[in-house]
Design a binder for this molecule. Structure first.
Ligand code: FAD
Length: 464
């Protein structure tokens, strides 16, 4: 069957619409307006209402809440422990440790939070296996494992034998790996509609199909949509890769695609191969493979490092990366040759807002401190958006505490070159990285030229 890009599995399997959309019409006043109704925007809105129930909070979403990257991802809840080296470099050991611990606590407490609001997002906390599928990738985690051991005084990344790894993943392609116990997966579509439901219940006004076309930085700020305007004291920008059209932010991240697909339900086949524990899995390629199972027994398998997009708001190219989806399917068949006959049910792609160090940009716009931003989640935003939301809520409410005063907030970040050098050079780096990864999977180091060029790529989900 010819592969087509379709609606993400998570969106087609969510009970939609979660509410009839309300579009902004006329003039509305707010204390805080949030641009973007993805996980970051919704967690921010919820955290503001938890901290200050009387705050008048508005979310403006150009489509439906949770249907941007938040409805397209792998649903893997990850911590910042794999980024501990970059975090330490950026914030110092104290803040790095504090932030990484917060991401673990966020997963530990998520089930109780969702239960308290009667939301079923199919949360499973069965841990994450960081693996090597090439002999050249064995031990990719060593530096991170040592650093976390040193900082946390515990074994966050547990060694796991090859035999155990093979039976837990159901594939002998996994040659070695480590296990992070407090990690999980969820159903992103149900999570997005659930967070929107919670925000509404707390009194947040959510306007959908209401794209912010322009805003001025004056005080109060006016945010203009096609049919209305919000006049607000504070603004929080949480519109992911679309923030590339904001000059203050665009030098610091690039937009790349990631493609994923879902198989048809195969619970019996999963039982046969032994992948029944619900663990999520990644390999150690730069163009990382990420995969997990679902409640109804599907495999969702994705691949990072797809197309690089020319700077600006993500265009159609971000959502129809057929080549990326084919690459993900080929990798799936390599890792699970015994499932090669399993049909693909749906395939999709979406934008990733990637910074150089793969840590987000959170802070206030210089000279406009009433406007905060939280973008650049770099493919690790499903869990960390909750931490980001709490920080952004503190910034919007002018709270001074460790959430708002740590080394991540208002950090400096490495700039990408301007266009067209960014696009041309970036594509050369991307192509070299793909060739290097392919060679490594086949057990060769690849050309020195490719290795040198690919070393210029932004760091990935994990520090290696
Ligand atoms: C294919 C794929 C796989 C991924 N896998 C994982 C994973 O397994 N684990 C993980 O942690 N992360 C993953 N991610 C990243 C993760 O999805 C995001 O970091 C996370 O969902 C946070 O998203 P967000 O709220 O920043 O962005 P979004 O969910 O994209 O929300 C931004 C919202 O802003 C809206 N918007 C944009 N411009 C405007 C405007 N002008 N006016 C109004 N609204 C506007 C958009 O419509 C969108 O809904 C993946 C991403 C993709 C694309």
């Amino acid at each position: 069957m010819t592969l087509k890009i379709s609606k993400p599995h998570w969106i087609s399997s969510s009970p939609m619409p979660h509410e009839d959309p309300i579009t902004l019409k006329g003039k509305v006043k707010a204390d805080i307006a949030i641009i973007g109704g993805g996980f970051v925007g919704l967690w921010t809105a919820i955290a503001i209402k938890e901290l200050e129930p009387s705050a008048n909070v508005v979310v403006l979403e150009m489509g439906r809440c949770g249907q941007g990257a938040s409805g397209m991802n792998g649903g893997m809840l990850m911590t910042w422990w794999p980024k501990i080296i970059a975090l330490c470099k950026l914030c110092g050991q104290g803040d790095a440790l504090w932030l990484a611990e917060k991401t673990t606590q966020s997963i530990e407490t998520l089930a109780a939070f969702l239960d308290s609001h009667n939301i079923d997002a199919e949360l499973v906390t069965s841990g994450w296996l960081w693996t090597a599928t090439s002999p050249l990738h064995i031990g990719s985690w060593k530096n991170v494992q040592e650093k976390t051991r040193l900082l946390s005084n515990r074994e966050i990344f547990q060694d796991i034998s090859k035999e155990e790894l093979c039976w837990r993943t159901g594939s002998s392609a996994h040659l070695a790996g480590v296990y992070e116990k407090m990690n999980g997966t969820l159903h992103p579509g149900k999570m997005g509609s659930g967070l929107a439901q919670i925000a509404r219940k707390l009194g947040v006004a959510i306007f959908e199909n209401s794209r912010v076309k322009k805003f001025d930085k004056s005080q109060p700020v006016k945010l203009y949509t096609a049919h209305g305007v919000v006049e607000t004291t504070k603004v929080v920008i949480t519109n992911n890769a679309w923030a590339a059209s904001i000059p203050n932010l665009s030098p610091y991240f690039v937009c790349v695609t990631s493609a994923a697909f879902a198989t048809i339900p195969i619970p019996d086949r999963l039982k046969d191969i032994g992948w029944t524990g619900g663990e999520s899995i990644t390999d150690s390629q730069t163009t990382v493979n990420y995969y997990r199972t679902t409640k109804d027994g599907r495999i969702v398998f994705g691949k990072g490092g797809g197309k690089l997009l020319y700077t600006g708001a993500p265009r159609q190219a971000a959502f129809n990366d057929l080549i990326g989806a084919k690459n993900a399917i080929n990798d799936f068949r390599r890792v699970y040759p015994n499932l090669a006959d399993v049909p693909v049910d749906s395939a999709w792609s979406g934008p990733i807002d990637r910074t150089y160090d793969s840590l987000p940009l959170i802070g206030r716009i210089t000279k406009s401190p009433h406007i905060s931003y939280g973008v650049g989640w770099s493919g690790n935003g499903v869990n960390t958006s909750r931490i980001g939301g709490r920080i952004l809520a503190g910034l919007a409410l002018d709270i001074q505490d460790r959430w708002t005063e740590n080394g991540l907030v208002g950090r400096t970040a490495k700039r990408f070159p301007p266009e067209p050098i960014r696009y041309i050079g970036g594509n050369m780096v991307r192509a070299a990285t793909a060739r290097k990864d392919k060679s490594e999977i086949n057990g060769h180091k690849g050309y020195a030229f490719d290795r040198i060029l690919s070393s210029l790529a932004p760091s990935g989900l994990e520090d290696k």
